[in-house]
Design a protein around this ligand. Sequence first.
Ligand SMILES: Cc1ncc(COP(=O)(O)O)c(C=O)c1O
Length: 485
Amino acid sequence: MAFQDEVADLCQACCDLAKGITIQTVRKAVVGVERKVPLYDGRQVTYVNLDNAATTPPLESVLKCSQMFLEWYGSVHRGSGLKAQISTHAFERCREVVADFIGADLAYHTVIFTQNATHALNKVAMHLAPQPDKVILTTVMEHHSNMLPWRKLGCEVHYVRVDPATGQLDMADLEDHVRRYAGRIAVVAVTGASNVTGVLPPIRRIARLAHEAGAQMVLDATQLIPHRSFKMGAPDDPERIDFVAFSGHKMYAPFGAGVLAGPQAAFEDRDPDYVGGGTVKAVTMDDVHWAPLPEKEEAGTPNVLGCLAIGCVIKVLESIGMDNLAEHERALTRRAIEKLRRIEGLTLYGLADPEVREDRLGVITMNARDLSHGKLAAILGNEWGLGVRNGCFCAQPYVRELLGITDAQMRGIVERLAAGDHATVPGMLRLSFGVYNTPDEVDYAVEALQAVLAHGPRATYILDRQHMEYVPETPTVCIHDLLPI
Ligand SMILES: Cc1ncc(COP(=O)(O)O)c(C=O)c1O
């Protein structure tokens, strides 16, 4: 069989695995949802994962497709053997699938595979690196990965305020910033969705303002892409997104690949940020000719398996339909908020409308009156088998705003954070839903929170000062016994 046919067969097999997965059947297609875990007292329960904003479990079809592909695994862009050629073609096919999914036009845009969203955001920041007299506009609600890369560039960075009551971006403040720094704004860098409150900033309106100000619009779409349909927009659309960054592992595609897409022109007349193998056409002892895009920006051997996983997942998401997925997650969110807000002693942050009239993601943060977020998370994990996250979620400035922490309080907190204490400093507990979560799982989490807030913990917890987390005084589980290697 000609290798083109082999690739076509492989792609067809991957598409067939995805085809037919619907919002009703997707749970069966997720790896590990029936996993039993031991509790502090030795009982076993089915693990309930409500930590999808951190990372998502893989899809069965991704694993199967990866396994089929591994028969053909070889060196991308470098070998003449059939396996190398198939690997190269599969890798490039994934790029087309990604481009199609996010509405990138490969005649105008380049889709660069990265390690993750953080890598992608660092890369775009380094490439855009404006002159020192320019201004970067970003927001208080950003994940550190869309905040710190901009600070490194040496130009002024200004942060648009949020409303601490709702967690939403203060659009009047954004407009004010645009007026104040007119003519100097090079980049507007905003999240597509908050990993703390699930707030969805009005990205099209922001993009229009950015373009009217002559700036480029960078979107951290890490939380948006797995939950809402998204298109970059045509190059002449005033509401287009110029650059978009996201990670595979938050969209059911583990194995460590991410994406940065943007106009080719932004990368063309510049040296790549990372240099070495794969980035060049020719090298002499004193000269170098760079490879064309996107290879120029993908230094070293690429992560073909990670990229394949993203391609496979996109096929599944398309089969489910992003609107069906969004509606399912909205229903879970409605259910959760409606029940959580009735729990005595529980404070919810951000948008708390039980009818979810304003669209938002299924990311819900909270605090209990009499228990720290660190201890509450430990109780839910050890006594209920619930996977949640606590702390500041790599968005410390935003969490600080939502919690109303003063400058004076912050100084002490920074010292403790710098010492590695993420468990006893102020923070929050977060539940975050994925496409495979069920109403029963939401109810289970609500029941657990209700019981813990009403009756307290069943076990005694101590603070493990080495890892700064709460653990049962007499643990029944030895993590080391469960490790795969
Ligand atoms: C909004 C947002 N941006 C960026 C990131 C960074 O993603 P990664 O760790 O995959 O690079 C995260 C991770 O939580 C996120 O939630």
